[in-house]
Design a protein. Structure first.
Length: 65
C-alpha cells in the first residue's frame, strides 16, 4: 500500500486505486483540484475536475434609496 501526499492509494498485482485532492479558500476566493483514478490490468478509468469560486458583495443593497 502506498500513500500519496494529497490523498491515498494502493496497488495489488494489476489492480490500482488512487484518489487525490487539493483545495483552499481565502476570504471568498478559492479553488479545488481533484482527481480519481482506477486501473485494472489494462483498463483505466480516470475522472478529474477543477473548480474555483469568487464571492463578491451585492452592491444593489448599498445603492438602494
Amino acid at each position: 500500500m502506498s500513500i500519496t501526499v494529497l490523498g491515498f492509494g494502493f496497488r495489488v498485482s494489476g489492480f490500482g486505486f488512487r484518489v487525490l485532492g487539493f483545495g483552499f479558500r481565502v476570504s471568498g476566493f478559492g479553488f479545488r483540484v481533484s482527481s480519481f483514478e482506477f486501473r485494472v490490468s489494462g483498463f483505466e478509468f480516470r475522472v478529474s475536475s477543477f473548480g474555483f469560486w469568487i464571492a463578491g458583495r451585492d452592491l444593489a443593497d448599498s445603492c438602494s434609496e
